[in-house]
Design a protein around this ligand. Sequence first.
Ligand SMILES: Cc1cc2nc3c(=O)[nH]c(=O)nc-3n(C[C@H](O)[C@H](O)[C@H](O)COP(=O)(O)OP(=O)(O)OC[C@H]3O[C@@H](n4cnc5c(N)ncnc54)[C@H](O)[C@@H]3O)c2cc1C
Length: 423
Amino acid sequence: MKHRIVVLGAGYAGAGAAGRLARRLHPGNTEITLVNAEPDFVERVRMHQLAVGQDLKPRPLADMFEGTGVRLRLTRVSSVDVDRNTVTVLDSDGADEIEYDTLVYALGSVWNDHGVPGAAERAYEIASRPGALRLRERLARANAGQTVTVIGGGLTGLEAAAEIAEARPDLNVALATAGDLGDRFSPKAQEHLSKVFAGLGVTVHEHAEVARVEDGAVVTLDGREIPSAVTVWTAGFAVHPIAVATPMETTGTGQIIVDGTMRSISHPDVYAVGDAGYAMGDTGEPLRMSCASGTPMAWQAADAIAARLTGGKCPHVPLRYFNQCISLGRKEGLIQYVTANDRALSFSLRGRIAARYKELVCKAAAWGVANPTLGMPVRRKRIALEAASARTTSAAAIKRRTVVDRTATGPNTSSGRSRRVRR
Ligand SMILES: Cc1cc2nc3c(=O)[nH]c(=O)nc-3n(C[C@H](O)[C@H](O)[C@H](O)COP(=O)(O)OP(=O)(O)OC[C@H]3O[C@@H](n4cnc5c(N)ncnc54)[C@H](O)[C@@H]3O)c2cc1C
């Protein structure tokens, strides 16, 4: 019997984890299945580029995983049963069940309208490819002089506003942010950002928390009405409701709570990586939703699974930050160096060199998915049967304990812990 590892989601985290597992485990007694709704690997970090009309390099998952031994299953996950170790998928042929021994949950995230009235109906999002394509189509129809308002002063909002303003100088681009423009950056970086936005003609509305989105305008909490023919919503990400519908321990926002090896704290057969997982970084603070977090999370999960199955020592992958890389159109950028827990340092790279650096980072992130052991030699170990059965026994014991605990506290209670969701 082969040990069945099922990875849900082929984004930066899931595809990275699947590829790394395939290079660590011998196909003789493991089987790795990667489940994804779409046939391509989507470079989410470039969705603002797609939205303004740039064409992205197609990256079919079938090509990416050819010869790796990873089995691809292109279908949509509708639910997970962590007590029966099954995943229900739904495609044109109807519903089907996939059984697993180990599950890696990496379904990523979607946009988060925070329930603001009018946002779901009237705003455009760029957290997904369909969303970015919808905005692309709308921008192509936008007439000169119309206002495009980007909501959210986080990294995604800054990138989106700059990209739209650069690609469409005939439009009035505005950005509404709850705080000050670039208030997460060092003073020099903030100054640079203001200069680039002024050069691109982006109007900035600071302390402008949006209360509702109307036809042709957004209205702020303090009653300001900002004209907006096209509203682009970038204020945070939300996770899929699939995990929260299970008895797994999740945060108030639905992320799966994991330990330092990315293993669910309630269901040891399950690992969660990327935006879908709630993990602490090396400094003891929660990791933010980003590729910068998702990639090391994927490496950590894959290495921990491989070590546990092969009876090896569980390695530690550093979970810390180095910099925040922001594109400001194609010609300008900003690289803000940060502490291990993501706070701005005084040092930043700015200008054209920063734009090139950011482009390199995006390319490297996609390359890293296709080369998850970073060019290191492939070492496929057979799983140690004793280690696997010990793991299964202890997993079953923890699961039994969880079921008993749940009976005491009621089903589907989340930990109640919540976090600010930002990129
Ligand atoms: C415009 C933009 C710019 C960004 N820039 C940066 C940046 O510069 N740096 C950075 O670190 N982060 C950036 N991010 C954030 C980053 O893209 C995400 O944090 C990252 O993609 C999360 O990776 P993931 O693997 O967890 O999820 P995803 O990349 O979202 O992948 C999830 C995968 O699961 C699949 N999936 C989802 N639901 C189902 C289902 N029900 N069934 C089957 N498959 C499913 C999806 O098709 C997808 O392939 C940016 C995001 C955006 C939108």
